[in-house]
Ligand binder design. Structure first.
Ligand SMILES: [Mn+2]
Length: 325
């Protein structure tokens, strides 16, 4: 597939002004950055007097439901699809668009992934951006839109999520300045934190406890991993998607450089989440198994049972970590 045209912020703003009907599309398995960005983009379009919809065939995850109060999230495409301009957000690869999505050819892609494939007609990608939401916020300011509380809240949520609470290493003074503008415009930090980070059930915490009790380490504690199995979910009474937060517990281990979460999916495949804060590139490991992401945050889906997937991924990590040592 030929690569589309790469745009700057100013060129993206100009292109956006010229169109009137936007279909804002998040990536598969949506998170607060992709959904907050899609909702934010739709609100920006509406403020410019344009028509917009947010569309994903998937249900909205439990920690993103508050975004539906800011702008409706449709699960059916518009009937007159060819009249819409699809804008895919926070997605570097066309394979990360949900396969059941019915879309016109993707017109614009706004993204911050390192390995963006340039699959859209127009692509604005900034790998140094800490979130796609911050890019959409900058687009909104570039377009001269008056930010109100719903718009500021959607974008602040995406920024908070992708920066893990404004602490990851892409967080800089500009990130805080942009967040401050959103707070000035009506985003409530305590409320967004409550929506994003304080929505778990006791069952989810119980399952995370089981996984933490089975935590394993290697290479003097530099490599750490654990698993969440269907049996744990059944015993704890939790839903699979609630248990990702365990990933933010593992880096509290002082020596951990690379950590993994392996999850047994209902269809027998394995979802692997990889995090790195050392020299090892998590993205390189994920990509070798058909996954993707960023240098520090990556993931892959392996079509095999959890023990086999874990053995493969851990072997790759050990190899990468030994060659760094
Ligand atoms: Mn993102």
């Amino acid at each position: 597939m030929p690569e589309g045209r790469r745009l700057t912020l100013a060129e993206t703003a100009r292109a956006f002004r010229e169109k009137d009907r936007f279909l804002a599309v998040p990536h598969v398995d949506p998170d607060p950055d992709t959904l907050g960005s899609a909702v934010g983009l739709a609100l920006i379009a509406a403020k410019l007097g344009k028509t917009a919809r947010v569309y994903t065939p998937e249900p909205v995850p439990f920690d993103c439901r508050f975004l539906e109060d800011l702008f409706p999230i449709d699960h059916e495409p518009p009937s007159d699809l060819p009249r819409w301009h699809a804008v895919v957000l926070d997605c570097g690869d066309a394979r990360r668009i949900h396969p059941a999505s019915q879309l016109p050819p993707v017109w614009l892609n706004i993204d911050h992934h390192l390995d963006n494939q340039g699959f859209a007609e127009l692509t604005w990608v900034e790998p140094q951006a800490a979130s796609t939401a911050e890019m959409v916020a900058r687009l909104g300011f570039e377009l001269g839109v008056a930010f109100d509380a719903p718009l500021a809240t959607a974008l602040y949520a995406g920024m908070l999520y992708d920066t893990r609470g404004f602490v990851i290493d892409k967080t800089n003074a500009d990130t805080y300045r942009l967040a401050a503008r959103l707070v000035d415009a009506g985003a409530n930090p305590a409320l967004v934190n409550r929506h994003l980070n304080e929505q778990l059930s006791a069952s989810a915490l119980r399952v995370m406890g089981m996984a933490l009790a089975q935590l394993q380490e290697d290479l003097d504690g530099r490599l750490v991993w654990t698993s969440i199995t269907s049996a744990m979910l059944a015993a704890g009474g939790a839903r699979l998607e609630e248990t990702d937060l365990i990933l933010s517990e593992l880096p509290k281990i002082a020596r951990a450089e690379v950590w993994f979460l392996f999850k047994e999916l209902p269809d027998g495949a394995t979802k692997v989440s990889i995090r790195s804060r050392g020299q090892v590139n998590a993205h390189t490991i994920a990509r070798a198994f058909g996954g993707g992401g960023h240098r520090r945050v990556s993931g892959a889906r392996l079509e095999m049972p959890l023990p086999a997937a874990a053995a493969l991924m851990l072997a790759a990590a050990r190899k990468a970590m030994r060659s760094q040592a």
